[in-house]
Design a protein around this ligand. Structure first.
Ligand SMILES: *Cc1c(COP(=O)(O)O)cnc(C)c1O
Length: 399
């Protein structure tokens, strides 16, 4: 029996339109198959939902506020609400997913966790839940990112994780992911791989989107309380692999009245050769276990991405987002390094909130949209800027 895929639910093989699937080495087949056949059943057991929701509430600090940013709203002559994922424990949305996956891994009887990380946020969120549950944790991280994100490396170590540098390629997220997959192949039975975004082989993109969907579930409820309507006119989110965007969009995916705006990192400019604007530059290809849009050369070599923010520095994008782009359901924009830096400083001065550089891309893109005074715009503020302070300090010194 085949089921029809929707934006919220891929088909049985994990396809959203042309994108998705599970392209994995034979050695991982048993693991991924175990996950595929069990994830929904485990996730929607009453005892799982109870434990997951209790941890989100008492440990992560949810629900996160939906904040009407009045001075930012006045600037853009509309109503802008910030969904405050920056206020989560560990400083970003990533922990929603790692809390979910650690509970799943324990129910699958796994003894060890591995993860990849770019900015270090997913590594910290993974090391955190491993400490919480007393389970071994190994995090793979590009050598260049280890230099850029020293405080997060220290956090992971303090939380008891082992951090292993990835020294191939651009020494960033893509290379860390390759290393993590390699490590998983070496020890597939006892190890669960906690992927940090809506990427990887089916069922990861769907599973991660479901764990992150708490963002839009809360947004609907909070917006209704504030405005009387559950539906905003726009939801705006930055996209690296696409997990905060998937979570912020999820409960609006089947609401055509809501404009879904995804913002990628343009780096020095989309066509500068130093960019991570995957949907603009990408072609269909296979990376890290799924078919999606991918920055690649004519002969299929992955192009090294660039973004000032380590969390957006990825040459691919999750299959849901490739489908949102391909089908026209999503509006895909991009913001440059400089535009995003300016937006970060602007939010700090206007609202007293220092955003992560990734989230600043979503704020920068507001200038590319036109709003009516009655619009209700939700921006997913995916994380806080503490980890980016060294970059912000450099900008201030240069001024
Ligand atoms: C990791 C990260 C991102 C990018 O990841 P997505 O999966 O695209 O959400 C965005 N913002 C912050 C703060 C991050 O840490």
């Amino acid at each position: 029996m085949t089921q029809t895929a929707t934006y919220q639910k891929p088909d049985e093989q994990g396809y959203y339109g042309k994108f998705g699937g599970a392209y994995i080495p034979e050695m991982l087949h048993r693991n991924v198959e175990e996950l595929r056949t069990k994830y929904l059943e485990i996730m929607y057991e009453d005892s799982f939902q109870e434990e997951f929701n209790a941890l989100l509430h008492d440990y992560v600090g949810r629900p996160t506020p939906l904040y009407l940013a009045q001075r930012l709203s006045a600037l853009h002559k509309t109503n802008i609400y910030l969904k405050r994922e920056d206020l989560n424990h560990t400083g970003a949305h990533k922990i929603n997913n790692t809390v979910g996956q650690i509970l799943l891994a324990l129910r699958l009887g796994k003894k060890r966790i591995i993860a990849e990380t770019g900015a270090g946020q997913h590594g910290v969120a993974t090391a955190t839940v491993c400490a919480l549950k007393g389970i071994d944790c190994v995090v793979y991280m590009g050598e260049k990112d280890i230099e850029r994100q020293a405080p997060n490396v220290a956090r992971m170590k303090m939380l008891g994780a082992t951090v292993i540098p990835a020294t191939s390629g651009s020494k960033t997220l893509k290379d860390a992911t390759n290393e993590a997959i390699r490590a998983w192949i070496n020890d597939p039975l006892d190890t669960h791989y906690i992927i940090g975004s809506v990427v990887g082989p089916h069922p990861y993109p769907d599973m991660v989107a479901r764990f992150q969907s708490v963002i839009s579930a809360e947004t609907r409820k909070q917006l209704k309380e504030k405005t009387g309507s559950e539906l905003p006119t726009h939801v705006v989110a930055c996209v690296g692999g696409g997990s905060n965007a998937a979570g912020a969009f999820y409960h609006f995916l089947e609401e055509p009245a809501v404009k879904l705006v995804a913002v990628e990192a343009a780096g020095h400019g989309v066509h500068s050769g130093f960019s991570a604007a995957t949907t603009q530059l990408g072609k269909p290809g296979i990376l890290h276990g799924s078919k999606s849009l991918l920055m690649q050369t004519a002969d299929g070599q992955v192009v090294e991405p660039h973004s000032i923010s380590a969390g957006l520095d990825y040459p691919g994008v999750g299959p849901l987002h490739a489908h949102l782009y391909d089908s026209g359901r999503g509006i895909f924009l991009s913001a440059t390094d400089d535009e995003s830096l300016a937006a970060a400083f602007e939010l700090a001065k206007l609202e007293g909130i220092i955003p992560a550089l990734e989230s600043a891309h979503a704020l920068a893109a507001l200038y590319q949209l036109t709003f009516a005074p009655t619009d209700q715009v939700v921006v997913c503020l995916s994380g806080r800027g503490d980890k980016d302070l060294a970059t912000y300090m450099k900008v201030m010194e240069e001024k």
